[in-house]
Design a binder for this molecule. Structure first.
Ligand code: NAD
Length: 591
């Protein structure tokens, strides 16, 4: 017989505990909510009031429902009030000594058959279990932030957890409307193990002034469709909690990429814990407010006083997917465009691809027929570099081979007028290599568009050590005129997005290789727990495993971080010709 849960205890009413109490009460369970003192209890009650008010404002709950929900929660500062509950979820700060003490107390207070669960993000559930006289009844029940909204719950089963305990907790999570996944006890479980290396990397990028906080966050939102950027997410999680999670992960993995970035410690010491105190990477209107306000670090990413160069006529070198997408973007925004292919067939093919895409936009009602005709009328196809002589900006989008790109830049250097801006769309080669192939490195910049260029809003504007400030400012203005969101970074492998994305994808492959969780469980955890548009294996299969491996190798060769070494499984799949969707087989089979 499965257990019936009618009353549950929640210990700690902070960011997570108050959300967890709300989830239980919303499902009709009675809750005993415990805090350390009256002030903290009042704050916890405040979190609940605030969150249920929001649910009422959104029409998800009515006033009676709110009163009934809150009426099911009893608040106390005495753990002894948990004597009659059927389950306890502990959500106190991420410190092993504190949690061990709480579990010792709960073991003494609660009936012997009662299940004790921890919401820990990274600490060993096994250690908490063996600290009690009922190790078989201890599990992890890891909710995600905000607990009332996020559907993933990781149920952590230790080697001594009794099977029916994990089953009953899983069934309860389902009853709460959550999507549970049952896994073993490993620091970070699925989602955090994959997420926190990425978050930590973003902090390091910010710490080294590689990009601004706004640009780092915008890059992941507009480049990958993430619901939040990494620094805004850290503010939501709480920097103190994030630090503890990373620290535990580092101690278990000894992976340097998990060693908390020094800046985190400094910010914690200075009291900048994130949204809960009103200041973290960003400044908020008030503690717990999601509204970001300007502060001394609020940048204008480029100096708006910087002069820009006039750009009217644009050249595009190349005829592939990216090149034709870029031609379309410029032509639709009113620029005259010259597209150059190696043969007139190829050049005409690129124009045909633009025509097809514009046609589709017309059919969907997104573009007027006369605008389609006007855009097409602005495009000239050519096979000769000479036609770039009067272009103000030339964007190179040929195949990702350095020797080829350098030849193109040498040719552009010969024919382009002085002051023309020469840009490369490379996603993994050094922009400075293209600059060095010219006699005018100051005029060379990276303009990394994302695929499909007409749809994706992000453009990474990459400056080398030689790029002139007015070239960067012009690139910024041009991107804005295209309706794109430009972000700025220096010339390092992977720029912002790929450098943050691919090590995370590689970590997911390593997790699969270690048989910790399945392809489906990992994909689901990242989608449901972190709100990502695709799971890592779904994305790898779309991008192509050969392309992913090449990017991962580039990162490894540039930074020589042991953690960036491509996962052997990724190498093997590529060797076996399983390249993802394009070959019908990758991490999954496609028919
Ligand atoms: N923040 C997140 O995004 C997140 C997500 C999932 C899991 N977690 C985990 O949830 C747990 C809580 O994290 P949080 O972010 O809610 O922290 P928090 O600091 O917001 O809340 C912790 C609460 O515990 C209370 N507390 C401290 N000692 C106590 C005691 N002896 N008895 C009762 N209450 C006590 C504190 O007063 C505080 O209100 C941690 O284990 C964390 O790793 C956090």
């Amino acid at each position: 017989m499965a257990r019936e849960f009618s009353t549950v205890g929640v210990v700690g009413m902070g960011t997570m505990g108050s959300g967890i109490a709300e989830v239980f009460a919303r499902s009709g369970l009675n809750v005993v909510a415990i805090e350390v003192d009256d002030d903290s209890l009042a704050r916890g009650r405040g979190h609940l009031e605030h969150s249920t008010d929001r649910a009422v404002a959104r029409g998800k709950l009515d006033a009676d429902g709110k009163a009934a929900l809150l009426g099911r929660i009893r608040f106390s500062t005495d753990l002894a009030d948990l004597g009659d509950v059927d389950l306890v979820v502990e959500a106190v700060p991420e410190r092993l000594d504190l949690k061990e003490w709480i579990f010792g107390e709960l073991d003494r207070i609660c009936r012997p058959e009662v299940i004790l669960a921890s919401n820990t993000s990274s600490l060993s559930v096994t250690e908490l279990a063996v600290n009690t006289g009922r190790p078989g009844k201890v599990v992890g029940m890891h909710f995600f932030n905000p607990a009332a909204v996020m559907r993933l719950v990781e149920v952590i089963r230790t080697v001594v957890t009794e099977p029916d305990v994990a089953e009953d907790v899983t069934a309860l999570a389902e009853k709460l409307g959550k999507s549970p996944v049952v896994i073993g006890d490993r620091a970070g479980f699925i989602a955090n193990a994959l997420l926190f290396g990425y978050l930590n990397h973003a902090v390091s990028m910010y710490e080294s002034s590689y990009a601004t906080r706004e640009d780092l966050d915008a890059a992941m939102r507009f480049g990958c469709g993430y619901p939040m950027g990494p620094l805004a997410l850290l503010d939501l999680i709480g920097l103190d909690t994030a630090y503890e999670i990373l620290d535990t992960m580092y101690r278990q993995s000894r992976n340097r990429l998990h060693a908390p970035a020094p800046l985190l410690k400094q910010m914690i010491t200075a009291g900048l814990l994130g949204r809960k105190v009103g200041r973290g990477f960003y400044t908020y209107e008030a503690p717990d407010s999601p509204k970001v306000v300007d502060d001394t670090a609020t940048p204008s990413t480029v100096d708006s006083a910087e002069a820009t160069r006039a750009v009217r006529r644009v050249g595009v070198v190349g005829t592939g997917t990216m090149a034709s997408g870029i031609v379309e973007v410029f032509a639709r925004s009113g620029y005259d465009v010259v597209v150059r292919g190696r043969s007139s067939d190829r050049a005409d093919g690129a124009v045909a691809a633009v025509r097809k895409s514009l046609e589709k936009a017309v059919l969907k009602g997104k573009l007027a027929e006369e605008d389609r005709d006007a855009a097409l009328g602005r495009i000239t196809a050519t096979t000769s570099f000479d036609r770039f002589a009067d272009c103000d900006l030339v964007v190179e989008a040929v195949a990702e081979r350095l020797a080829l790109k350098r030849t193109v830049f040498e040719a552009l250097d010969e024919v382009c007028k002085p002051g023309a801006i020469l840009a490369t769309t490379t996603s993994s080669l050094p922009v400075v290599e293209c600059a060095a192939a010219t006699s005018r490195p100051n005029d060379v910049v990276g303009l990394h568009f994302f695929n499909p260029a007409p749809v994706m809003k992000l453009v990474e504007v990459v400056h080398t050590i030689s790029t002139a400030p007015d070239v960067v400012a012009t690139a910024h203005t041009v991107c804005e005129s295209l309706g794109k969101h430009p972000v700025h970074c220096a010339d390092r492998a992977g720029f912002i997005v790929n450098a943050l994305l691919f090590p995370y994808l590689n970590d997911a492959v390593r997790m699969l290789e270690a048989h910790y969780a399945s392809v489906d469980d990992i994909d689901n955890a990242m989608k449901v727990g972190c709100g990502l548009p695709m799971g890592p294996f779904e994305l790898l299969d779309v991008v192509g495993l050969d392309v992913s491996l090449a990017i991962q190798r580039t990162l490894y060769e540039e930074f020589h971080e042991a953690g960036y070494a491509p996962a052997p499984l990724l190498e093997h799949l590529v060797t076996a010709g399983r390249l993802g969707r394009k070959t019908g087989k990758g991490f999954r089979d496609y028919s």
